[in-house]
Design a protein around this ligand. Structure first.
Ligand code: AMP
Ligand code: MG
Length: 488
């Protein structure tokens, strides 16, 4: 719900900077439904004024008026270092509609743009648009993408590129960085206002307790622990887990150099700029925990309102320790489901870890493997399991399959039912980088059909869609590696 804080220290009113001759590049009817926006048969809003609204050229149309667009200030830690004040440097919050904040990303400079031009290129807007909608369909808490509006206007990146504006939605775009912002300014009253706003609008369960702020901290930790466990299970790497990119609602936000795992590599780094691998796949849980520790430091003054310093720190520390417990439980639960295991046995974790190690050693396609695993019968002969051919060390994987089939004997579920359950958690279709790249290259030549095709396929990631089989495949070896880096 609307960002109701006001004041120079946290936001300023600013209208988007218009773009020349805007046109639709993509539109999500499913996101439009979320805000009750009526569409015509062509799949675009009935109210033609929406093109200009989402381009940032108008703040009102026939039926809608956004009275006070604004950009907000936040601060944060980037790549482990305190970065000081940041803020919406290229995103402008138009206002609220049906409980969703509507933000235009790439809509021009704000007070927080620093050296940036306030713009986003078509390429990164397509990636954010498709991934937001794909993640939603995967059941992942995420900001949504309503539309991409394009223009022939260019901006300078490594080369000259056309810009675009991506309209995105979330119940709130408040980040851990907003807490760090007020904490760094020493504004305890403002910190309290921010926490109260979140509790009132998004965490009402924390309000009638003796320790609302401690409860709020625990709840934010919990949502982010559950989120990162979901990322690990589906093989999603965010790419830039700086505290300013971490949602206070536990949503996936700020899609940039993200990447889904293709061939499994436990320490895969999806962001070209992340040379040290701080945000590698296997480090995401630990980094999210670190980000929650930053939130704990920021929120400490609110806990100190009721407690002496040492006790306040102890309380926060023990709430923070819960992150690891919640994460581990959720991770295990996801991977049990991925393997089709319903009961919990002590050796399951070892079984999961042995599999991941073997997949890493042979660089097996992550999504494809789990999807095909559901085809195995309890009575399958090991030599007939075609998946074994993807592994270099056959002795090792044969032992694993033997142990897996033995483990399945402890389950009461029949093969068919198990396969159905597994196919509800192991997607067939994910937004692989090479697929996004094809859509981008076509769009750069004004052909937007592939964006729509991907949007459609990725809206049903758990369905077989046999006619789209090719879209489920990992990149073949002759496909160029797509390198993605920060802020484009
Ligand atoms: P990101 O890595 O995309 O999350 O961006 C980090 C910070 O830089 C955020 O505060 C952004 O608003 C800001 N930023 C990124 N790109 C631009 C740009 N082109 N113009 C202005 N600010 C930007
Ligand atoms: Mg960001």
């Amino acid at each position: 719900m609307a960002f109701t804080l006001s004041g120079d220290d946290v936001c300023h009113t600013i209208s988007p900077t218009p773009i020349t001759a805007p046109y639709w590049v993509a539109f999500s009817s499913s996101a439009a439904e979320l805000i009750g926006l009526p569409l015509s048969a062509d799949g675009f809003p009935k109210d033609k004024g929406w093109l200009d609204i989402l381009a940032g050229n108008q703040t009102s149309s026939e039926n809608h008026q956004f009275l006070e667009p604004k950009a907000t200030a936040y601060s944060g830690h980037q790549f482990g270092m305190w970065a000081g004040q940041l803020g919406d440097g290229r995103a402008i919050l138009l206002g609220e509609i049906s409980g969703q904040e509507l933000q235009l990303k790439g809509s021009g400079k704000t007070r927080y743009s620093r050296m940036g031009d306030g713009r986003a290129v078509l390429r990164s807007s397509i990636r954010e648009f498709l991934c937001s909608e794909a993640m939603h369909a995967l059941g992942m808490p995420t900001s949504r993408a309503l539309a991409i509006v394009g223009s022939k206007q260019t901006v300078v990146r490594e080369t000259l590129e056309t810009l675009a504006v991506c309209a995105r939605l979330a119940p709130s775009f408040i980040r851990i960085g907003h807490f760090e912002h007020f904490a760094s300014l020493g504004s305890i009253d403002r910190l309290k206002e921010l926490a109260d706003l979140l509790i009132q609008d998004h965490y009402p369960e924390c309000s009638n307790t003796n320790e609302p702020y401690l409860e709020l901290f625990s709840a934010i930790c919990k949502r982010n622990a559950l989120l990162v466990a979901q990322w690990q299970a589906v093989g999603f790497c965010h790419g830039v887990l700086n505290t300013d990119n971490i949602s206070a609602l536990g949503l996936t936000i700020d899609y940039g150099p993200f990447g889904f795992l293709d061939y499994f590599q436990i320490d895969h780094i999806c962001n070209h700029s992340d040379q040290g691998g701080r945000y590698a796949y296997h480090r995401q849980p630990q980094i999210m925990h670190w980000n929650m520790a930053c939130l704990a430091s920021a929120i400490l003054p609110l806990i100190q309102l009721n407690h002496a310093d040492e006790q306040a720190q102890t309380l926060l520390k023990s709430a923070l320790d819960n992150f690891s417990v919640i994460y581990a439980q959720s991770w295990q639960s996801h991977f049990r489901q991925k393997l089709g295991l319903q009961i919990n046995l002590d050796d399951d974790v070892q079984l999961i870890e042995r599999l991941l190690q073997a997949m890493h050693d042979s660089r097996v396609d992550y999504t494809g493997f789990f999807r095909q695993l559901s085809q195995i019968k309890r009575t399958s002969a090991i030599k007939d399991i075609s998946l074994r051919n993807q592994f270099i060390d056959r002795v090792n994987i044969d032992q694993w399959f033997t142990d897996y089939l033995t483990r399945l004997q402890s389950e009461s579920c029949e093969d068919l039912e198990r396969a159905q359950l597994m196919n509800k958690v192991n997607p067939k279709y994910i937004l692989r980088n090479h697929l996004a790249q094809i859509a981008i290259e076509k769009a750069q030549k004004d052909d937007f059909s592939e964006i729509n095709k991907l949007l459609e396929i990725l809206s049903h990631p758990f369905d077989e869609q046999s006619e789209n089989e090719l879209y489920s495949m990992p990149p073949s070896s002759d496909v160029d590696y797509v390198s993605v880096s920060c802020s484009s």
